[in-house]
Structures are given as C-alpha cells and as structure tokens.
Ligand binder design. Sequence first.
Ligand code: NAP
Length: 277
Amino acid sequence: MTAIPTVTLNDGAWFPELGLGTYNLRGEEGIAAMVAAIESGYRLLDTAVNYENECEVGEAVRRSGVPRDELLVTSKIPGRHHGREEAIDSIKGSLDALGLDRIDLQLIHWPNPSVGKYVETWKGMIEAQQQGLVRSIGVSNFTEDMLTELIGETGVAPTVNQVELHPYFPQGALRAFHEAHGIRTESWSPLARRSELLMEQILRELATVHDVTPTQVVLRWHTQLGSTPIPKSSDPDRQRENADIFGFTLTDDQVAAVSALERGRLWDADPLTHEEM
Ligand code: NAP
C-alpha cells in the first residue's frame, strides 16, 4: 500500500497530496473500484451532486473498513443550488445521499457568474461549517478576481480551488495567486483524460530516466507544482500506478520541460463563460 503524503490546509486540516476522481464510477462496479483505491492507500475521494454517485462514495467509505477520520470525502454544490439557504440544503442533501454525518471538503462546483450568487453560496457554506456539517470549505473553477471577491466580502479564504490543470494547461498565474493567499491548488482532469498527453515524447523520455511510466511523471509533476491531482481510474492496477509516485523526484528543469507542453484549456471550460447547473 502506498502512503500518500499530506499537507496542511489554511484552516489547519490535513489534505492528501493525491486523491481519487470518481466521475463516472457508479453502481456496484463503481463501489468496488473505490474500495480498491482505498485499499491501495487513497484517502481522498472526489465526488459532486452532479456526478450522481454520492451514494456509492458513502458506501465505499463504509465498506473499506478504514476509520472514517482517516478518509476525506469532497462534494460540490451544483449551480442550481446557489444561494445562502440553498447551499445549506444542498449540503444536507449530499450528507443524506452519502449516508455520512460530515463532508470533509465542500466545494462550489462552478461560479456560474450569470447567476450572480456565488458570494451568497459561500456565506451559506461558512454557516454550514459553523454548524459542523462540513469540515473544510473551498471552491472549484474560480478565477483570481472571484477569489478576491469571496475573501473581501467574507474575510474567509477558500482552503482549496479545484481547477482544470494538466501539462497542457499548467495554470501558472492562478497557482501563484493561490500560493500568495494560502489556497491549495487541486487539479481536475490531471491526466488530460488521457488524450494524446501520455504519448508526448518528453514524458516518455522522463519516464525512462526515472524508470516509471509517463502517467507517473505527469502526476509527480502535479505534486511538485504544489497541487493535489485527483486522477480517476476504475482499474486497481492503474490506481496503484497512479498513487506510486512519491519514490522519485523530477529536477526543476524536468518540471519546466513538462510545463512547456502548455497550449491552453482543452475543453473550452472558461469559468467566465462556461456554466454548469
Ligand atoms: P483524468 O483523471 O485526467 O483521466 C481519467 C482517464 O484516464 C480515464 O479514462 C482513465 O481510464 C484513464 N487513466 C487513469 N489512470 C491511467 C493510467 N495509469 N494509464 C492510462 N490511463 C489512465 O480525467 P477526469 O476523470 O476528467 O478527472 C479526474 C477527476 O476530476 C474526475 O473524476 C472528477 O472527480 C474531477 N473533475 C472535476 C471537475 C470540476 O469541474 N471540478 C471537472 C472534471 C473532473 P480508466 O478508468 O479505465 O483507468
């Protein structure tokens, strides 16, 4: 079993340097995949109301036999639940679906600027935290300006901003902003959903140098940037491969060579224009 290192968030909570994405993991097969990941050492499971698998995530937590305090579950408030009261109701709905009495990290899934309620939603999450429904609160897909607005309006900085981040879109400016404000970066689609990324020559070369796989090079790159990747895999062997990245270190030049693959967002999901309800 791989021991995944942890970092401390700005609210004092511990947080793994790598977690499991669960999008599309559903039903008994999905539960089995999540339990296998926990058995391999994963301690962070990333779900959302909109993934329609919170029941499966809660069941995997229970079946794993790992003490509840050693596992972290992330869920996310969808756009249709934005608003102060609505956010609290959404969290209660997630707790019911999960069958758990606490969510460890609650995120706003997308800012949906045309709805204009992400600050109200954030205030609802602060209340939910005070009520003990959630441990840590954060956001997803927020820009620097949106983060500045949340902090200015409430004095509470998100612990985490989960954003599209992979070698084709390294998010240098946003990561620097996070670092300056004590916000942990979390990478969604860290493998660029596989695409052609894993065939890139530089990744194959670095994999040979370190005697690892191109996937492991990419995931180690994320952690060395100071971001927590949440690769999704339904396959226990690939899950183990993805978690086994802490036994080698890329040099600064090698990190820079991976970042040089930058070409921009892959799915046109600019939070200023892309909205999800
Ligand atoms: P991803 O993790 O970049 O890629 C997943 C794909 O890579 C799957 O097809 C998986 O196939 C394959 N894969 C995994 N490990 C592999 C390996 N070692 N070798 C070869 N292929 C491998 O993409 P993602 O699922 O879009 O993103 C990860 C998680 O981020 C999601 O599950 C979700 O939790 C989160 N997310 C959040 C947002 C947001 O807006 N906040 C948006 C998108 C995603 P197998 O399953 O067959 O292994």
